[in-house]
Design a binder for this molecule. Sequence first.
Ligand code: IDC
Length: 336
Amino acid sequence: MSRRPVLLAILAVLVPLGLVGPATAAPTPAAAVTPSQANGQLRVCGVKLCNSRRAAVQLRGMSTHGLQWYSQCVNDASLDALAGDWGADIMRISMYVQEGGYETDPAGYTDRVSSIIDKVTARGMYAIVDWHMLDPGDPYYNLSRAKTFFTEIARRHNANTNLLYEIANEPSGVSWSRIKSYAEELIPVIRAVDPETPILVGTRAWSSLGVSDGANESEVVNNPVNAANIMYTFHFYAASHRDEYLNALSRAADRIPMFVTEFGTQEYTGDGPNDFAMAQRYLDLLARKQISWTNWNYSDDLRTGAVFEEGTCPNGPFTTPARLKPSGEWVRDHIR
Ligand code: IDC
């Protein structure tokens, strides 16, 4: 006895309802869904960064150079290229505090960061708000400024679901316990305004998990920051930071949530020859462990680590391959 007539009768009801259809139905074009639409509000779950459905995600993108020097590389055309041509998920907005940065004009830099957040948001990407403290390396030096800045950014962008706050770019010359205390003073201030945005905490010795001071990740693993929904940062420059660093990151990522907010394919100066083989070993590890990353940097400065040829900004063209340095081509390939 054939069951076909029954099947056809069922299909005759379901197909017009759109409940079943041919397997070849045209999919929604991928470009129509942006990274922030696809993933929504991020949250740390276990040692991973997760989307709103609690699935682990790996975000890949670029860090700006210091806004006091290279904001001409962060405009509508360059952000269109980053979101479209590069297919990046995320931009890190690097706001130095010293060296002519935030401390010289708090209101002006707050407005500048805020307006870049809006441009990044309009293009469907995530944004890291990077409190780029560097020298002095003690994060306490800028604590009260950080409280003011993050409170205001959190207040203005309360409705955003696409942000991460990086509260200390690269501490140096201080112990892990001092960085931890700083984080535990600042985080509740931010949380009072913004309970949801993941917060990224720098690690000892230029965010090397202590390795550049002869320590390792165990100081953080054994004494984590007392706060929820946070991650720790690790920075590497492939030609300078070899196996000891890679191994520390690999071990750490199994124990605590890690985010690589800065890396270069060259030396720690952001200059010198690229070591793409070592950089590839790092990116393989990051892919395997779903560790998100942003590369230093999306500018046209003279160094090998700036992705664009000198003179590209502000007018471009920002689309490839014409104006990219070798590091830019390599990183773009690894984002796409
Ligand atoms: C570099 C800039 C350079 C600037 C210097 C000091 O490329 O123009 O003069 O900072 O402000 C980091 C830092 C980052 C560095 C980068 C490359 O977070 O600010 O940028 N780097 O040296 N850590 C390791 C490398």
